[in-house]
Ligand binder design. Structure first.
Ligand code: NAP
Length: 306
């Protein structure tokens, strides 16, 4: 056991996967949960929480580790509510996809003596809610932590131990650097997927039947990404605005170069460009972040129940 009592605030995909992994590994003495709706709390009690509470303040009482697993835009209000109820010496972490906005919203509400270690598991699916979690979500995935310089070394080591015991690999980095990296590897790719599906949606004639019928190729992967939770992604774009706009600007420049090469019939350019991008895919497979399987018809997550 790594923590005696863990409080999960927000009980969706990320928190429920943590709970399943902690239970499978015997990593927490007690898992207490809180989410906004009574319905989610009831499902969590049935599937993965030892106890659920009617308020976040009650849920964090006596907890050694508190995990904020709500959409980024909800973190500040939760922190304000739980601040006075945190156990002295407790660790508070979060799993938000953006770090600077979470640090700004949460840190001012936490009392001295509580260790705040912001985090971001680089793992997810397009499913959400308390039934979508599964114990192996974090296996071999990166979990980024962005501790402040003055962060307590013991508290950091303990959190790292928990994350590694759930199967993930930990890296630490600066908050601003995190937000730029995830804009490139996650946020802008989602923006592009949303846009591409939006384009098809506007072309009603094509999208009504053919897009669904023939979507075995590239478009199908876009629709999977574009099925991600609307609240979560609204908050990501609202709170990682600068980095996302920077990368989107670069994307637009690249797109214009590609567009020009196509217009000019510059096959040499296209071939060289696609050869470079293919090498990046190979690098991701070699790094163990995906498999080389053709993946026609991705398997649903193991623990998904409707
Ligand atoms: P999710 O499945 O949609 O779950 C969100 C949970 O937060 C639900 O239990 C919801 O409760 C609860 N919630 C929302 N607003 C709340 C509030 N004001 N007070 C209390 N509870 C509230 O989301 P998720 O995918 O687990 O994402 C959680 C966090 O992880 C987000 O910050 C997201 O940026 C981050 N993250 C997500 C992914 C991913 O791929 N999904 C990956 C890495 C990080 P109800 O069910 O009652 O509404």
């Amino acid at each position: 056991m790594i923590y005696g009592r863990v409080a999960l605030i927000g009980l969706g995909l990320i928190a429920s996967s943590m709970a399943h992994a902690m239970r499978a590994g015997g990593l927490a003495g007690e898992i207490v949960g809180y989410a906004k709706s009574a319905e989610t709390r009831a499902v969590a009690k049935e599937l993965f929480c030892d106890r659920v509470c009617d308020t976040a303040a009650e849920a964090v009482a006596g907890a050694d580790l508190v995990v904020l697993a709500v959409p980024v835009g909800a973190m500040g209000a939760i922190a304000a509510e739980i601040g006075p109820h945190l156990k002295p010496g407790a660790t508070v972490t979060d799993v938000g996809s953006v770090k600077q906005a979470v640090v700004d919203a949460v840190a001012p509400h936490l009392p001295a003596g509580v260790h705040f270690i912001p985090g971001h598991p680089m793992a997810g699916t397009e499913y959400s809610g308390p039934r979508s979690g599964f114990a192996t979500l974090y296996q071999n995935r990166w979990w980024l932590l962005t501790p402040a310089e003055e962060c307590d070394a013991q508290a950091l080591a303990r959190l790292r131990q928990l994350i590694e015991a759930m199967g993930a690999k930990v890296d630490t980095m600066d908050v601003a650097h995190h937000d730029l990296v995830v804009a490139v590897v996650s946020h802008v790719p989602h923006a592009i997927a949303y846009t591409m599906v939006g384009v098809a949606d506007h072309m009603r004639r094509v999208s009504q039947s053919e897009v669904i019928k023939y979507s075995a190729a590239g478009f199908r992967d876009f629709t999977r990404i574009a099925a991600s939770d609307p609240t979560m992604w609204r908050d990501v774009f609202l709170t990682n605005k600068d980095a996302v706009l920077d990368i989107l600007g670069r994307f637009a420049e690249e797109l214009f170069v590609l567009q020009r090469a196509i217009r000019m019939g510059d096959g040499e350019h296209l071939h060289a460009y696609f050869t470079r991008t293919r090498a990046i895919r190979r690098g991701i497979i070699e790094a163990g972040q995906d498999t080389a399987a053709p993946d026609f018809g991705r398997a649903p997550p193991p623990a998904k129940e409707g």
